[in-house]
Design a protein around this ligand. Structure first.
Ligand SMILES: O=C(O)c1ccc2nc(N3C[C@H]4CCC[C@@H](C3)[C@@H]4OCc3c(-c4c(Cl)cccc4Cl)noc3C3CC3)sc2c1
Length: 228
């Protein structure tokens, strides 16, 4: 049974998740008409930068996160940023975005210098998340669980992160039972997506290397969070 404090925790996290979104004027740039690989890369860079800022603000609202060791806070953000951004953008693909951003976003990603070997697993992931039909509370909690992964590189106090993550996993498990009573395996399926995210994160490292090889420039914030 979800307790009162678990309900309060879920509300804080879901409200923060919904409050922190890419500004519509940035998202609207997807619709501008230049479609060269160069133009697409620049646009995706701008959107990724904006989404990292959104992610940092969301993370600061996770109860307990700011009480962690400050260096561990940075290690968690750097280690989870790509996975959290895949989750957020997967939800953007699955819900019909306003004014058809979905199609143009897919088009720009497919034509931004990313090799086909990464495009296929990326869009398979987007499809597999869409098929889960997560409610917004599940989306917010799954992203929170991803951010609070204890075994990211350079995390010193893994126990402290593990305690926070377990609190969130307990709420997510109960929520899945409530939201998907016919699917007892639903919670396990959600966690399976986190494994897929780790694989995508490794592909992403290669994507960055290949962009760099073709002399693509990133913003200071992306360089900092992705060590490029
Ligand atoms: O709320 C909306 O309406 C909305 C609409 C579009 C949209 N696009 C978003 N993106 C576009 C892009 C794909 C999803 C993650 C990033 C944010 C952004 O990442 C581009 C990217 C990625 C990336 C890709 Cl291509 C796919 C998935 C995740 C990432 Cl980080 N890696 O490097 C880059 C930059 C080129 C350097 S968030 C969003 C919200």
């Amino acid at each position: 049974e979800i307790t009162k404090e678990q309900q309060a925790l879920m509300k804080i996290i879901t409200d923060a998740y919904n409050r922190h979104q890419i500004p519509q004027d940035v998202a609207k740039k997807l619709l501008q008409d230049q479609y060269s690989a160069e133009e697409n890369f620049l646009l995706l860079t701008e959107m990724a930068t904006s989404q990292v800022q959104v992610l940092v603000e969301f993370t600061k609202n996770i109860p307990g996160f700011l009480s962690l060791d400050r260096e561990d806070q940075i290690a968690l953000l750097k280690g989870s940023a790509v996975e959290a951004m895949f989750l957020r953008s997967a939800q953007v693909f699955s819900r019909k975005m306003p004014s058809g951003h979905t199609e143009v976003l897919e088009e720009r990603i497919r034509k931004s210098g990313i090799s086909e070997e990464f495009i296929t697993p990326m869009f398979n992931f987007y499809k597999s998340i869409g098929e889960l039909h997560m409610v917004q509370e599940e989306q917010a909690l799954l992203t929170t669980v991803t951010i609070l992964t204890p075994d990211r590189p350079y995390v010193k106090d893994q126990q402290a992160v593990e305690r926070l993550q377990e609190t969130m996993l307990d709420v997510l498990r109960k929520l899945c039972v409530l939201q998907h009573p016919q699917e007892p395996q639903y919670f396990a399926r959600l966690l399976g997506r986190l494994t897929e995210l780790r694989t995508l994160s490794h592909y992403h490292t290669e994507m960055l290397a290949s962009w760099r090889m073709n002399d693509h420039k990133f913003t200071p914030l992306l360089c900092e969070i992705w060590d490029v």
